[in-house]
Design a protein around this ligand. Structure first.
Ligand code: CUA
Length: 333
């Protein structure tokens, strides 16, 4: 290869690497950490990448040298071969040992039992998340779905459970993965350093709509979080228009109330998401559609086309009824 061609190959490699690495920044990326635990995992990822890349480069160099030297045949030195193989084996053992120790130390650092954490019990369903904010006083506990709000700087402990099959909690910018397993409780601690909205995704194949099992974590300053928490503790807003009142009555009379809870009403089902403040959440259907009156109507009118296989049945409604129910749900901020 001429020096010119070497330079050209190297530039192509550099551009390709840069393009690949730009995918590592930002939205749902473990290499763009926004919390203490995520930062430690990021350091571990880069340690592995650098060590593995160095070893790969060394092996390629040795291979190239060996192929080069084959052109001028020389006698084989058995003793030298033994040394080379022995040295490579020893180096491999040392590298594996080093990486194991680094993994162990990181795991120890990211899973402490913090004092005074915010505790959220997160339960995985096919295909959505139920989140209960636990408190020593039962009156201060509440349940929501698919969207967590957390205060910046305070450790959050999520207690992970599953209703039906195995799911996995993964918000790459904030923490590692942890499975939600039926009949068993796991937990994971994370602290967010920076206000913002972070997207999480179920990371364990859990059926037809696994890819549509998203979760938002909204990190905000303590006072904003407290305002949100107080609003969540409250019962659902009372209807303010005749249409909303009609929507509430239809919801209670139809099958809807058997599966969903709306606190402050007679709806107390627990098969589907708690809808007490559904209008205030950014998405419906675990990240499927932005919450608007229109998307709520579309979802109710045909949940199986929007998210095939989910557990919500089609409840036949006349268009007047559909309008009223979606108006009422959208008002539940
Ligand atoms: Cu739940 Cu994948």
């Amino acid at each position: 290869m001429t020096p010119k061609r070497v330079v050209r190959s190297l530039s192509i490699l550099a551009v390709a690497t840069a393009l690949v690495l730009t995918g590592c920044r930002g939205w749902q990326s473990a290499t763009d950490p926004h919390g203490a635990q995520a930062s430690q995992l990021n350091a571990l990822i880069w340690l592995f990448v650098i060590v593995a890349t160095t070893i790969w480069a060394l092996v390629m160099l040795v291979l190239a040298a060996a192929l080069w030297r084959r052109r001028s045949p020389s006698e084989l030195h058995e003793q030298r071969t033994t040394w080379a193989v022995g040295g490579a084996m020893a180096a491999s053992v040392l590298v594996i040992l080093g990486l194991t120790v680094a993994s162990y130390i990181t795991t120890r650092h990211i899973s402490p039992d913090p004092a005074d954490p915010l505790v959220i019990r997160l339960r995985g369903y096919q295909w959505w998340w139920s989140a209960t904010y636990l408190n020593a006083q039962p009156a201060e506990s509440f349940t929501t779905a698919n969207e967590l709000h957390v205060p910046v700087g305070r450790p959050v402990r999520v207690e992970l459970e599953a209703q039906d099959v195995i799911h996995s909690f993964w918000v790459p910018n904030l923490a590692g993965k942890q499975d939600l397993i039926p009949g068993r409780s796991n937990s994971l601690v994370f602290t967010v350093d920076l206000s913002g909205t972070y997207r999480g995704q179920c990371a364990e194949f859990c059926g037809l709509q696994h890819a549509h099992m998203a979760l938002l974590v909204i990190a905000e300053p303590e006072d904003e979080f407290q305002r949100w928490r107080k609003a969540q503790l409250a019962d659902a807003n009372a209807p303010t228009t005749p249409e909303q009142s009609a929507g509430r009555d239809i919801f209670m009379a139809k099958a809807c109330a058997a599966c969903h809870t709306v606190r402050g009403t007679s709806a107390a089902g627990n098969l589907g998401p708690d809808l007490t403040h559904v209008g205030g959440r950014q998405y419906i259907g675990a990240g499927m559609l932005p919450t608007t009156r229109g998307s709520l109507a579309a979802w109710i009118a045909d949940p199986q086309t929007i998210k095939p296989g989910n557990n919500m049945p089609l409840v036949p409604l006349e268009s007047r009824e559909l309008n009223a129910v979606s108006a009422w749900l959208a008002s539940l901020q």
